[in-house]
Ligand binder design. Structure first.
Ligand SMILES: [Zn+2]
Length: 262
């Protein structure tokens, strides 16, 4: 069940998308949307932060670091700061790292939920998330069409799909966080060491990754007894600037029953 503040944030973005008649990704003109709320977008030096929101009376300035080179990441930063304005948050000090990742701070999580819904409206995107087989290939298309990072698109995909899949973010050979689809079922704990038979571990041991989705023993990721007899699918992608790897796990329908029975 989605926590209430996040539902409120998504609902606010949905209302806005309806109001400005977003019917395709090209309609999501973030600087125009910011201007609707009295905010100007500026780029410049911003030591130690990706984005900052400053209020001057009823005007606001969304200042972006010119160091953020990825246009997808920049779009997420702008949408996130618009979220703070629309949701009536007090001026946050700064968004040191403005990423679409799960955040412990409620206001940050709300601004992320708002940004994700504004940049990839559920009404436009849900149908694209109902695909099988699941792999980064479909997520990359989503990222390209909606001009967001692969990370943002992956999180949105996992949130909306009815397939059993999970996005694992790993650094230093350990799981940092996991986002699961509603039907995934299995639990993968943060802090878990990557299994030697996973594909993701190769990034840390060999410095390279197999290109494309491949079958792995289910027990390289899941704890269910008997999971070793079943194979699930694992696709991987690196985020070099974070020295991190993402693994997209998918439990195909044909093996789901065998996992659930054990
Ligand atoms: Zn923020």
């Amino acid at each position: 069940m989605t926590p209430v503040p996040l539902r409120r944030a998504r609902a606010a973005a949905e209302r806005l998308a309806k109001q400005i008649r977003i019917r395709s990704p090209q309609d999501i003109e973030l600087e125009d949307i910011a201007w609707m709320f009295g905010a100007r977008v500026e780029r410049g030096d911003l030591p130690g932060a990706h984005a900052r929101l400053a209020r001057i009376g009823d005007r606001a300035v969304i200042r972006l670091s010119s160091r953020v080179a990825d246009p997808g990441a920049e779009r997420f930063s702008i949408a996130h700061e618009i979220g703070h304005i629309v949701l009536g948050h007090d001026t946050p000090a700064s968004d040191a790292v403005c990423e679409p990742t799960p955040r412990a701070d409620t206001r940050e999580a709300e601004a992320n939920a708002f940004a994700s819904e504004l940049l990839m409206p559920e009404v436009l995107v849900r149908r694209r998330c109902e695909v099988s087989p699941v792999s980064f290939e479909v997520v990359r298309e989503l990222a390209r069409d909606y001009q967001v990072s692969l990370l943002a698109a992956s999180l949105r995909f996992v949130e909306l799909t009815s397939e059993r899949c999970a996005l694992v973010f790993a650094k230093q050979r350990r799981v940092v966080w996991v986002a699961r689809s509603k039907s995934f079922g299995a639990f993968i704990p943060a802090g878990m060491a990557l299994d030697q038979s996973s594909v993701a571990i190769d990034f840390f041991t060999k410095g390279s990754l197999y290109d494309g989705c491949q079958p792995v023993p289910a027990d390289s990721w899941l704890e269910q007894s008997g999971a070793g007899d079943v194979e699930i699918m694992e696709d991987t992608a690196t985020i070099p600037e974070m020295n991190a790897v993402m693994a997209l796990l998918w439990i195909p329908e044909r093996v789901a029953g065998r996992l659930e029975r054990t």
